[in-house]
Design a protein around this ligand. Structure first.
Ligand SMILES: [Zn+2]
Length: 299
């Protein structure tokens, strides 16, 4: 009887929470795009940008190398703004821009650091926190951009000040999903291979996924149920693969492309789509706020 009463209370609590949550946190899908190693003015970047815009995404994440070859002030607007100005706010470049909110959330790559202090990047974008690593919430997900380059003043090891910041912010997250993204892939079957210094305990700290680039390929790697994506096919010349590493599930390097991610409170669906519109890979994670949303799902 006591157990039944308890169960009743839980059901009542669920229903109340779901009702309270439903107006703002509906099961509506939020779509965002992920581009990597893209910042090279030319046909390939243009085709990827056209693909991404065809999805009408809420916003765009980048996994680094935003401005080839050296992260210079002289090239940054033609490499980024020419294709993505309408997502950037505030925007100080030369291309047409009507944005009133920022919908472009980049992360730093090694090429962005080839100019001292990555100063052109820091000047070009207006981002949260110290702009090198930062977080923001959008819909049901919390996003954490890291700086995986060894120039990072706060360090890139799993015990660095940057890693401690990530742990603290993940602990404080009340979002359904926690998405971590940065440039140097912890695991990759491409020519750069594993960037071992970025093999942090992401899952144990509360992250659901890691998105990275650096190798100009697309790859999905799943280790102990935790998904790592390499997505560096956004514009620069594509790379060939070496021997597949443990956990590698899907590898693709035939054409450029980008990731389209669809987030609801209970699902996170990742697609890699090439510039011809072919869906190369689809992967769905379930969970998130399933517990909270059970009454809505069952209704
Ligand atoms: Zn790189």
């Amino acid at each position: 009887m006591r157990r039944l009463l308890l169960l009743g209370w839980f059901v009542a609590l669920w229903s109340t929470l779901a009702l309270v949550a439903s107006p703002s946190h509906t099961l509506d899908a939020h779509v965002f795009a992920v581009i990597g190693d893209f910042g090279l003015d030319g046909t390939d970047e243009g085709r990827v940008a056209a693909l991404v815009k065809s999805w009408n995404p809420d916003f765009i994440l980048t996994v680094g190398d935003n401005n080839y070859p050296t992260g210079a002030q002289a090239t940054i607007d033609a490499n980024i703004g020419k294709y993505y100005a309408e997502f950037i706010y505030p925007y100080t470049g030369a291309y047409t821009n009507t944005a009133t909110t920022n919908r472009f959330f980049p992360s730093l790559g090694n090429h962005d650091w080839y100019t001292t202090n990555a100063q052109p990047y820091l000047d070009y974008f207006t981002l949260p926190n110290n702009e090198r690593y930062y977080d923001f919430v959008w819909g049901p997900a919390h996003f954490f951009a890291l700086d995986s380059d060894t120039h990072e003043p706060d360090g890139v090891t799993s015990s660095s000040a940057q890693a401690q910041w990530l742990q603290t912010r993940l602990l404080g997250s009340s979002s359904c999903w926690n998405v971590v993204y940065f440039h140097h892939a912890p695991y990759s079957s491409g020519p750069h291979g594993n960037s071992a210094w970025m093999q942090w305990n992401f899952g144990a700290w509360g992250a659901d996924v890691v998105l990275a680039g650096h190798d100009h390929t697309y790859e999905r790697i799943v280790l102990d149920g935790f998904p790592y994506f390499v997505n560096g096919a956004g514009g620069a010349a594509l790379y060939t693969f070496g021997t597949p590493i443990a956990g590698s599930v899907v590898r693709y390097n035939a054409k450029h492309g980008a990731m389209r991610v669809t987030a609801t409170p209970t699902t996170l669906t990742y697609e890699f789509i090439d510039v011809d519109g072919t869906t190369v890979d689809t992967y769905t994670q379930k969970g998130g706020c399933s517990f909270l949303y059970l009454p809505l799902i069952l209704r």
